[in-house]
Design a protein around this ligand. Sequence first.
Ligand code: ADP
Ligand code: MG
Length: 639
Amino acid sequence: MGESTDAMAQETFTFQTEVGRLLDIVAHSLYSHKEIFLRELISNASDACDRLRYAAITDPNLIVGETEFKIRLDVDKDARTLRLSDNGIGMNHQDLIETLGTIARSGTQAFVSQLTGDAKKDVALIGQFGVGFYSAFMVAEKIEVLTRKAGEDKAWLWISDGRSQFTIDEASRDGCGTTVTVHLNEDGEEFTEQARLHAIVKKYSDHIGFPILMEKDDKPETLNAASSLWTRPKKDITPDQYKEFYHHVGHTFDDPWLTLHNALEGVLSYTSLLFVPSAPAFDLFHPDRKSHVKLYVKRVFITDDCEGLLPAYLRFLRGIVDSEDLPLNISRETFQHDPRLAKMRTGLVKRVLDELAKKAKGAPEEYDNFWTNFGAVLKEGVYEDFENRDRILDICRFRSTAGEALTSLDAYVERMKEGQDTIYFISGEQAEALSRSPQLEGFKAKGVEVLLLTDPIDEFWVPAVGAYKDKRFKSAAGAGADLGKIAGGEEKGKTEEAESEDTAGMDTLLAALKLALGETVKDVRVSERLTDSPVCLVAGEGDMDMYLERMLKQHRQLDSSMITARILEVNAGHPLIKQLAAMAAEGDGAGEALGDAAHLLFDQARIVEGETVSDPIAFSRRLASVMEKGLAAWERRAT
Ligand code: ADP
Ligand code: MG
């Protein structure tokens, strides 16, 4: 930085550890699109202009002198430098330390947290995330940031070689804004070619709403279209331009799956340019459930997260909404209560849901992919948005026992069996494991389809909705599955012989099991839903779903004293149960063996549910004892 700076005033800082790791990768990056650093710097300059323009609405004094926002690009071939200046909001000392010394942006934070240490993989990740300002170190041996914040007198010079430290000096600058000077390294030499720079700006930054100027033959030339992309007619915008805008506005790096560009004129006039990403963002399930659609008023950027503009269940959307009606001179907070905002929201939601419905119908495979990415979020709307509940339910998709493919509720209803008047579901963590649940055996035997619900939100919307087109939702793991009413399949579960021969024994067995298990079960009864497994647990009528209970327990929302006792169902046709029934019928001396069997069966049913055994020590003692007896019998037979 030369001797000219005042050594007294200079401060030296060390980059936050995460930034250090990031810079390390950036420096050794084999990244093939080094040119994207320019997009990142321009994007920052544009954001800075947006922010000052907004701040100046309430405080016009912030803008002194030059009133046109612009971004300037200068190259010095001899010095091998590239300089990008904006007259945006600028940064003060504190801002510099907070933003260019740490990882302020959650996106970059997520990037760093995914770093593996394996250079190849990590470099591939950069492509997916983009690393903002720091990407300039791919092409730089040194970067200087000269900046002055709007409304402040002092300017600051930030300098770093992108290794481990940066310095900050007091400096001076005409007017507010930021000038980033990139001292290009050998790899970066190409970025002193004016034609190359022009092409890069055209490719990545054409949509930027402020002019990007470069001096050519002593005349400033505007390199980009310099009008906000969404204000241009749709037919004049190429898919690539939409894509680049999406990257800029959403801080995303995938391709948009859906692009919805719409201008409305009428009682309310607004333009929306919304994107549905093709990949889920890292923070999709962050508890703040923040929207990522920016609000503009008459082309002026207002806010990134306008609460009330879109419902939380559409938080996967990226893009902008530009209103002609909202007043410019009110605070961000006031917007939330403006009835016009609520009206826009209604219109936007309708538009998005309509487009999704079109895709669901016209391009089911693409839609399934969308659903896999965002279905769990969209389903929150079934629970939260009463007005649009039916529209959302129509475009919900589910895994089911009918096969690998996702199904809609309508398609499920069409496949319902004669006599079936309910939509059966079972909930748990994993579709694959769920489909093998003992509770589903009887359903399978009859060919009755069961939806496999694996998203936590399912536990909330299903009870809230109750029914779809007059067909009630019913848990296949709950009481009264009413399988008897449904036609079809051989009745493998209820074997007639069991009923005729051993009813007496079975009744005694049920009584013995009940006696042994006491309060731990609500009831013990013969199952109509088991065909292969000896036992399973089901929830009693009106009792909390077993999966929900387990979830709440995991999240410590439920203490163990509130756990509901379950019904133990036994498969009367199963050889083990038959033998136990015979034993129970004989009476004398069977007491202890039946007691052990009762607990083992109960624990087995719990294990299948994904629960732990209630008393591991007693469990292992009983298991050992039963195995011992089994082996003794085997030995007797062998000799
Ligand atoms: P992002 O733009 O996604 O926030 P960056 O790494 O690109 O992440 O930039 C980090 C931060 O540095 C920005 O959020 C902003 O606060 C600040 N910054 C960068 N460039 C400028 C600029 N030209 N003017 C004002 N602030 C800037
Ligand atoms: Mg940026």
